[in-house]
Ligand binder design. Structure first.
Ligand SMILES: [Zn+2]
Length: 199
């Protein structure tokens, strides 16, 4: 069971075993808002925990019986909730395929940003996503930069999230920068060790 230490863990019934955890090599970014285009409520939590009051909003009627989840949700204020341990299979991708390999849920990690396709995500959401992505890539190093994709990339024609509002250029720059920051302490340790060896 693998969790992000900075996330609040939430019990979720919608997950199962991966066919093989060593296959994890893809990160999928989504967006969600419930009710649509409204932020700050507990609709997402309700959906992913199977406790949504389907009568609370007209839109919710079409969600009844839906059994979906994601590994993590990043809210507009940057807070993160984790619903499924990374070691297990969350149900976020649906019918999907990446580079010819179908059933992306089997080998991917799904992160939901509270948001919509057309409204800019918040700065603290990017900050939180960069840190979370960095953590995940340390645990699953096969997730290369090119294997961080949108739901739209693995279900084209069916899904559009995270939408044009998601700034991939900025996000990738931040990830690259974060990576170089991460490597610095290692470099310093090597230097420190070398100078100790001289003594
Ligand atoms: Zn999605």
């Amino acid at each position: 069971m693998k969790y992000y230490p900075l996330a609040a863990q939430v019990d979720c019934p919608f997950f199962d075993e991966r066919p093989n955890e060593s296959d994890v090599n893809l990160l999928v970014i989504h967006n969600i808002s419930l009710p649509p285009e409204e932020f700050g409520g507990d609709g997402i939590r309700g959906l992913f925990t199977g406790t949504l009051d389907y009568s609370a909003h007209p839109f919710y009627a079409q969600l009844e019986g839906l059994r979906v989840s994601a590994h993590c949700v990043i809210y507009r204020d940057g807070k993160i909730e984790q619903y499924v341990p990374f070691s297990h299979r969350a149900w976020h991708a649906g019918v999907s395929s990446f580079q010819g390999v179908s059933r992306c849920n089997d080998y991917s990690i799904g992160i939901e940003l509270e948001g919509t396709d057309n409204l800019a995500y918040t700065q603290v959401q990017y900050d939180a996503l960069v840190e979370l992505t960095s953590f995940i890539r340390k645990v699953y190093p096969r997730i290369s930069l090119g294997r961080i994709v949108g739901h739209n990339d693995i279900a084209p024609g069916r899904k559009t999230d995270p939408g044009v509002a998601f700034n991939w250029t900025y996000f990738r720059q931040r990830i690259n920068h974060r990576k170089s920051l991460v490597s610095e302490p290692t470099q310093m340790n090597v230097t420190a060790k070398k100078s100790r060896e001289k003594l």
